[in-house]
Design a protein around this ligand. Sequence first.
Ligand code: SAH
Length: 254
Amino acid sequence: MVRPKKHLGQHFLKDLSIAEQIAGILSGEGYDRIVEIGPGMGVLTQFLLKSDKEVFVVEIDGESVRYLEQSFPELHKHIIPGDFLRLPLQETIQPPFAVIGNFPYNISSQIVFKILENKEMVPEFGGMFQKEVAERITAEPGSKTYGILSVLTAAYYEREYLFTVEPEVFNPPPKVRSGVIRLKRKENYRLDCDENLFYRVVKATFNQRRKTLRNGLKSLNLSLEKVDEELLKLRPEQLDLQGFINITNSITQP
Ligand code: SAH
């Protein structure tokens, strides 16, 4: 057994049927490999290993790594010890691969950003987050949780909130409820605009989410002359993906 360490966000899932459900959320389409982040004692891993995919696990905790080596001889050479956020994915695992996990909640947004940076390699991504983050990722315009994570993931992935998980099924129980989501990469995931500028527009406007888009965009120091007046009066939370793309294109136009 691994003794849970708080600083590593370790909350081990006790409920096997929920573990099986989470392992079952992946469609399996478009890849032959699965990467699990933070396997801990392997509660999800045991079910992932039943699929026809090649399973890799990335675990930062040495004690968990030793536990996995002893309990899952079939994972031999597929246990990658270390910090997922620092892992050079391209050099480590042959893409394409799906990414799944009962994620360490202290770094969950950073995990999402890393997936977005590597979206070419990741056709599917899913798992368990603290409920609030799961909601932020899957939120639609107009909702309180709609923000940077929602727009940036919506740009490249179809997002689904699947189900909620209560704290009692973990050891130790986290302070918050959890939510399981699935993101499937869109067939055509090239954005019809300058993607770097799109990122900057989304970040700049949501960093001042109570202000109008006109005010939020000022910090970029770019000409807003070609942007629709009515659009600039809105707040970022009222704008859908296409709205952000349109703004990006109007700013770029010479
Ligand atoms: N999947 C297991 C454990 C979930 S707790 C279960 O459901 O029971 C989160 C896990 O992520 C822990 O095992 C923790 O050690 C691991 N972890 C935390 N930070 C990590 C990082 N940066 N890279 C890889 N694994 C990490």
